[in-house]
Design a protein around this ligand. Structure first.
Ligand SMILES: C[S@@+](CC[C@H](N)C(=O)[O-])C[C@H]1O[C@@H](n2cnc3c(N)ncnc32)[C@H](O)[C@@H]1O
Length: 291
């Protein structure tokens, strides 16, 4: 069987490790697929490759990320040309600090979701050459992740970019840049909504929530749980991943008490220090019968 499109960007909280569990938990049939915390889109690409997506609404609040999806869809050839040029500098520390990062920061503050090729190519360059593929901006909105010291990293895979472009050009797939609440406002009975919010931090220094200039707070987790319950009443099929945490335990208690939960161990970046990788428990919570 030919290999389908797969994530083209490394994203904190990326779901490649949990993919088998998520696929096992995904409903057999559903209407429109919603993924409002898209990130690298691991579950979308997997379900799409399996031919299980009829229609999809893919969105994320991060403008730089969604610009990249749009650029891949609409400006594939120009983007590939730009990436080929950047690839030549993939091992150069000076290029990272003196050219790529400042240029990206200059462009990012004046562009939006219009498929800007230079910004998309620089995001992919930074993503594959920075420390751990992190995306983090300071209070002035500047990307400030340090160089990652990789030897000759590959910043793109042309074949995969073309497959992603083809998949996203499918008229049944919609891209949006907005908050999750707006993204799922029109979700109906039998639609499948996969919610993968920034994880509730396991410690005060954790980096889990720093994807957008404003982080995902405890209050946001509470509001998300309300949205989950509203969509549940509407008859949507819901699947949510999060870290094992007392707050999440409390917010989704009624589903956990019903046994609608799977717990798994995953390796994650858990703090900003170099030694901050560890294994943490992750939850997968759902509101429909599994088998
Ligand atoms: C855990 S990551 C998603 C990872 C993704 N499932 C993957 O496989 O790569 C969470 C995402 O939520 C986005 N995000 C943060 N706050 C948001 C909000 N209020 N509405 C929508 N997206 C948000 C972040 O930009 C980030 O991409």
């Amino acid at each position: 069987m030919p290999i389908g499109p797969s994530p083209f960007i490394k994203w904190a909280g990326g779901k490649s490790q949990l993919l088998n569990v998520l696929i096992k938990c995904a409903p057999q049939t559903f209407g429109t697929y919603y993924e409002p915390f898209l990130g690298g889109g691991a579950l979308f690409f997997k379900l799409y490759s399996m031919g299980r997506i009829r229609r999809a609404i893919l969105s994320d609040a991060n403008k730089d990320l969604m610009n990249c999806y749009v650029a891949i869809r609409d400006n594939t050839e120009a983007l590939l040309t730009e990436l080929e040029l950047l690839q030549e500098h993939a091992s150069e520390k000076e290029f990272y600090y003196e050219v790529a990062r400042p240029k990206f920061n200059k462009i990012r503050l004046r562009t939006g979701l219009d498929g800007d090729v230079a910004k998309a190519a620089l995001l992919l360059y930074l993503n594959k050459t920075c420390y751990n593929g992190l995306y983090r901006v300071n209070s002035d909105g500047e990307f400030n992740v340090p160089w990652g010291r990789y030897e000759n990293p590959r910043i793109y895979d042309e074949g995969n970019i073309r497959k992603v472009s083809k998949a996203l050009s499918d008229s049944r797939i919609t891209l949006r840049c907005c908050g999750y609440d707006l993204a799922v406002a029109a979700a109906k009975e039998n639609d499948f909504v996969y919610l993968d919010p920034p994880y509730q931090p396991v410690s005060a220094t954790s980096w889990f929530t720093q994807y957008t200039p404003s982080s995902f707070t405890e209050e946001d987790q509470r509001k998300l749980a309300e949205t989950f319950k509203t969509l549940d009443k509407r008859g949507c099929k819901l699947l949510l991943s999060n870290s094992y945490n007392p707050l999440i335990d409390d917010l989704y208690k009624e589903y956990i008490d019903r046994g609608n939960i799977l717990k798994t161990l995953a390796a994650r970046q858990i703090s900003c220090k170099g030694d901050g990788r560890g294994r943490i428990y992750e939850y997968v919570i759902y509101n429909y019968p599994l088998y």
